[in-house]
Design a protein around this ligand. Structure first.
Ligand SMILES: Cc1cc2nc3c(=O)[nH]c(=O)nc-3n(C[C@H](O)[C@H](O)[C@H](O)COP(=O)(O)O)c2cc1C
Length: 178
């Protein structure tokens, strides 16, 4: 079972990218992880699309298409998902063969504020529903106060949060298998 991790943050010390690493360590038996790199995806431009998908977009679309499920961790920027993840989803969604169609997707996130990316995830869910992805709805993983619960190596210090991430992966596994 192949799961593609997608982080909506490009910074090296990203808490959200760190969550994908934590998830990799908690993955149930039989679940293999790879990670997308969104850093080379340009801002969406219909004129560029008319000439074909840029290489980084073509790679991302192929990674989505060949994954059994997706695990998306987006930062919350100004009460919404990051522009990086929205831009990547917009590019990947263009015809032909829209790769989110029917794809199992789990999401999680960490933010500095108290809502732990709840608002960003709500927005991302709405966008993915529009693309007919199948969204894992429980458990919800909203990690707040991120500055306090990661160590300097990106390790997650909160056992309850780790437990939720493990459950989220089992729910994703069940959706893929089901
Ligand atoms: C432009 C911008 C807007 C932000 N808006 C929010 C916000 O609405 N809610 C929140 O909890 N944190 C907000 N933050 C703080 C982020 O949660 C914090 O920078 C977080 O570490 C970003 O995720 P990352 O560590 O994966 O890069 C914002 C940060 C930036 C740069």
């Amino acid at each position: 079972m192949k799961v593609l991790g997608i982080s909506g943050s490009l910074r090296k010390q990203s808490y959200n990218t760190a969550l994908l690493t934590v998830a990799r360590g908690l993955a149930p038996a039989g679940m293999a992880f790879s990670e997308a790199d969104l850093s080379a995806i340009p801002p969406y431009n219909e004129d560029v699309y008319a000439e074909g998908f840029p290489d980084a977009v073509a790679t991302f679309r192929e990674q989505i298409a060949t994954a059994d499920g997706l695990l998306i961790a987006s930062p919350e920027y100004n009460y919404g998902m990051s522009g990086v993840i929205k831009n990547a989803v917009d590019w990947a969604s263009r015809p032909p063969d829209q790769p989110f169609d029917g794809k199992p997707v789990a999401m999680l996130g960490a933010s500095a504020g108290k809502l732990g990316t709840a608002l960003a995830q709500n927005q991302l869910r709405q966008v993915l529903v529009g693309l007919n992805a199948r969204i894992v709805s429980r458990p919800q993983v909203f990690i707040s106060g991120a500055g306090q619960i990661f160590d300097e190596n990106g390790g997650l210090l909160d056992d309850a949060a780790k437990g939720l991430i493990g459950q989220l992966l089992v729910s994703l596994q069940d959706m893929i298998a089901g």
